[in-house]
Design a protein around this ligand. Structure first.
Ligand code: HEC
Ligand code: HEC
Length: 282
């Protein structure tokens, strides 16, 4: 609930966004406050999850991606177009799947700017699209996944994301404590905010001795993550380990110890900072 409640103050935030992006000629319409959504958790069916993604899309993305006018490209052909995007010499991102391309487009829009849609004067190098995990829109990682599920199903592609296990009580409290202050400024701050250091030894955190009995040492993840699950690269493995800790259990450790609700509590930007940080050699 609280994760989604972050979207409250939404109308106000949108006004801010409109001010920032007024050169799009977005009409100054203040939409209805978002409906009080149900908590995203693993008991949700894929259909419910996708429907939630649709409602988030309608409230936020469709402001620009409505297909009316030329504020933003239509996303109806993204299921095949993304391949052209990532093969374009102007592409500076890392995506190799539709899911990754969509997530990247949402949290790091400037790694690829669709021709003709860049910020005025920036020759299509800077996207006017805001990072939707931050500021005005502030979607959580789970909400971003819901939007991905919706866009994949609209494109007639396989839905590759799913609602995650969450412990609602805990999630609520943490979302308020952690989420109120916005995104952590960097990976180390995010790791500390979510208390990963309680169970893990981590690179770059002074005194993060962890309790090695609880969780694996993550200082060498860059070397080991590639080999942990067939078919997953280091970043994908680390992301999966955080969002769905029980998917692969590190040898010698116990399932069910690592909380399963980080995907709900974290902002997408925090998740990606942590993933990038742990995937790097230290
Ligand atoms: C303020 C307007 C605005 C909002 C709000 C917005 N976008 Fe965008 N988006 C754009 C513009 C402009 C582009 C084209 C420039 C670029 O490539 O970054 C774009 C590009 C994209 C692309 C890449 C399209 C392609 O053809 O490669 C995707 C995917 C995308 N947006 C998804 C979303 C989703 C999902 C949301 C809601 C969570 C959203 N956008 C919200 C303006 C917006
Ligand atoms: C309560 C203890 C606990 C907390 C808090 C915790 N973890 Fe874990 N974590 C574990 C345990 C136990 C494992 C090993 C079992 C498994 O693989 O799921 C693990 C596994 C992992 C792995 C996979 C390691 C490998 O070699 O396979 C990663 C990556 C990870 N955690 C990251 C994090 C991050 C990032 C945070 C904070 C957002 C965090 N953990 C918070 C206990 C914890």
């Amino acid at each position: 609930m609280s994760t989604l409640a972050r979207v409250s103050g939404y109308a106000l935030a949108l006004i801010g966004m409109f001010t920032g992006y007024s050169y799009f000629g977005i009409p100054q319409v203040v939409p209805e406050p978002p409906p009080k959504q149900t908590h995203i958790d693993a008991s949700m069916t894929i259909d419910e999850f996708t429907a939630l993604g649709a409602s988030i899309y309608e409230r936020t993305c469709a402001l620009c991606h409505s297909g009316l006018g030329d504020r933003a490209p239509k996303l109806d052909r993204i299921g095949s177009l993304w391949r052209e995007r990532v093969n374009d010499p102007r592409y500076r991102g890392k995506a190799t799947t539709l899911e990754a391309y969509l997530r990247e487009s949402m949290v790091d829009p400037s790694v690829y700017v669709v021709q003709g849609f860049g910020k005025p004067g920036a020759a299509d190098t800077e996207s006017p699209m805001p990072d939707v995990s931050k500021g005005a829109i502030g979607l959580s990682a789970a909400e971003i996944d819901a939007v991905i599920a919706y866009l994949q199903s609209m494109a007639g592609e396989k839905v590759s994301v799913s609602p995650r296990a969450a412990k609602p009580g805990v999630a609520g409290k943490h979302a308020e404590a952690a989420g109120g202050a916005g995104s952590a400024p960097d990976a180390v701050a995010a790791l500390t905010r979510y208390q990963c250091n309680v169970c893990h030894r981590l690179p770059g955190i002074a005194g993060a001795e962890g309790t090695p009995a609880l969780g694996p040492d993550l200082r060498t993840m860059a070397k080991t993550a590639n080999t942990r699950a067939p078919g997953l690269d280091a970043s994908s493995f680390i992301r999966q380990s955080i969002l769905a800790p029980d998917a692969v259990i590190a040898q010698g450790f116990t399932p069910g110890v690592m909380p399963g609700d980080f995907g709900q509590r974290m902002r997408a930007a925090e998740l990606e900072m942590i993933v990038d940080y742990l995937a790097k050699e230290h």
